[in-house]
Ligand binder design. Sequence first.
Ligand SMILES: [Zn+2]
Length: 84
Amino acid sequence: MKAKKFDSMDSFDFKPGSYCFVKAEGRLGVFITLPCGHNFMPDNKWQLENPEDENKITVRPSIFCSPSKPCWHGYLTNGEFKQV
Ligand SMILES: [Zn+2]
């Protein structure tokens, strides 16, 4: 699934695959609605790569969403969500 960038949370649609950069506690963060529909905001255990290139956002390591089972585990690499 291709990630879709929003420029501000004001217009954010909270649909699977959407993301928006946000400033959180002085650092650049990203708010993501995962392909499963849950919202996720990586903390400093994750690394954000290529934030300047909107088609190549990469978040490492993988994202594990587990508020309920089954849910989503996968990667966001170069602007693409890939389930593990
Ligand atoms: Zn989920």
